[in-house]
Design a protein around this ligand. Structure first.
Ligand code: BEZ
Length: 219
């Protein structure tokens, strides 16, 4: 996908949202933020996604992570749409801001445009893009889904937990990892260093190659 991606700094754009106007860095406030776009207001899959994000908000907040939605309609439309979202997912409250971007200028700069989706007037629409932005305002992870595939918020939370783990320890998380499972020690860490930094110990898997690169620990 052309445009900003993993490792790039998010530009400090001024955005108009359901919570008023602000600059992105003021909202990020040197913390982790999940920014996620939706093709349009009052569309079925997006309505389910916004509600699920609201339902998961307490989990993100526990981890010190903020949410910021994007859709290309205006603020008034977003406010009307939120009523539908909250009715569809009972108990959820959309307390996170949603950016309005009728001109598509912001979604283009954030690389959230779907090359294939257009509205009835031929205007480009956002894809289901999601960037996890770190406390240094850089993108740490990006998902890009087409309009036809709603996102799995369990996976968003799982990926967030993996990023937080890897930001704290010199580890990576293996396939299908979930919170509480063993993690792998980064290949850059020697066994000597691993003994120091993981005093709880680690297990080196015995593999046919004889290479001792798959080392598991619990953090
Ligand atoms: C939806 O959110 O349901 C949707 C939006 C754009 C195209 C297709 C589906």
């Amino acid at each position: 996908m052309p445009g900003i991606t993993i490792g790039d700094t998010v530009p400090n754009l001024e955005v108009e949202t359901t919570h008023g106007k602000f600059k992105l860095y003021d909202y990020f406030n040197n913390g982790w933020t999940i920014v996620f776009s939706h093709p349009a207001d009052f569309t079925p899959v997006c309505t389910t996604e916004l509600g699920k994000m609201a339902a998961y908000l307490p989990e993100f907040e526990k981890r010190g992570v903020k949410l910021l939605g994007f859709s290309c309609d205006d603020v008034q439309s977003h406010k009307e749409w939120i009523k539908d979202v909250e009715a569809y997912t009972p108990g959820c409250k959309v307390t996170y801001p949603i950016v309005a971007d009728p001109s598509r200028e912001i979604i283009k700069q954030l690389n959230m445009v779907d090359p294939n989706e257009r509205d009835s007037s031929g205007n480009q629409l956002p894809s289901r893009a999601l960037h996890i932005v770190g406390s240094d305002n850089k993108i740490k992870l990006s998902f890009l889904y087409p309009a036809t595939t709603g996102r799995n918020m369990d996976e968003v939370l799982r990926a967030m937990d993996s990023l937080l783990k890897a930001s704290k320890y010199k580890v990576a998380t293996p396939a299908n990892w979930k919170q509480g499972d063993p993690v792998v020690i980064s290949p850059q860490v020697s066994n000597e260093e691993a003994k120091q930094v993981f005093p709880q110990g680690f297990e080196t898997k015995n593999l046919p190659s004889g290479k001792e690169y798959l080392r598991l620990t619990n953090v």
